[in-house]
Design a protein around this ligand. Structure first.
Ligand code: ADP
Ligand code: MG
Length: 137
């Protein structure tokens, strides 16, 4: 079994979509290995998105990700990274396929409801960012 890391972002938590999104994830065949709600500090959000630090949207993204609580989870399934990216849809909800989580729940390209790891290597890094090895392994 492989795994991926998701974050239900502050826009979706604020609108009480947490339960609906978790239900979509479970119905799509993912199992939850670990999950918690927390509020990121600015330093934590900057570190999580460090790969985007040169992008023009970085400061706004960090402000958004610290604007309220998030729910982080490690999800297990075969082909987890790729299948989860399909389930959430394109970064911009206007371009996301019908039925995807971002199409259903996202507000904008920035406030796009959920994060999903983009590779198995990053899934390891991101799971370790939120959870100790004992919590998700
Ligand atoms: P994804 O989350 O689909 O992997 P990226 O890794 O490219 O997308 O970007 C990380 C996050 O940064 C996005 O989920 C979104 O919240 C934000 N973002 C990406 N592109 C833009 C943009 N052009 N304008 C504003 N925010 C953006
Ligand atoms: Mg990404």
């Amino acid at each position: 079994m492989s795994f991926t890391l998701t974050i239900i972002k502050p826009d979706a938590v604020k609108k009480n979509y947490t339960g609906k999104i978790i239900d979509d994830i479970l119905q799509a065949g993912f199992a939850i290995r670990a999950m918690k709600q927390l509020r990121l500090t600015t330093e934590q959000a900057r570190a999580f998105y460090e790969v985007h630090k040169e992008r023009p949207f970085y400061d706004d993204l960090v402000a958004f990700m610290t604007s309220g609580p998030v729910v982080a989870a490690v999800l297990e399934k075969d082909n987890a990274v790729e299948d989860f990216r399909k389930l959430i849809g394109a970064t911009n909800p206007a371009e996301a396929a019908e039925g995807t989580i971002r199409k259903k729940y996202a507000e904008s390209i920035q406030n796009n409801a959920v994060h999903g790891s983009d590779s198995p290597e990053n899934a390891v890094r991101e799971a370790g960012f939120f959870f100790s090895y004992l919590e998700w392994s």
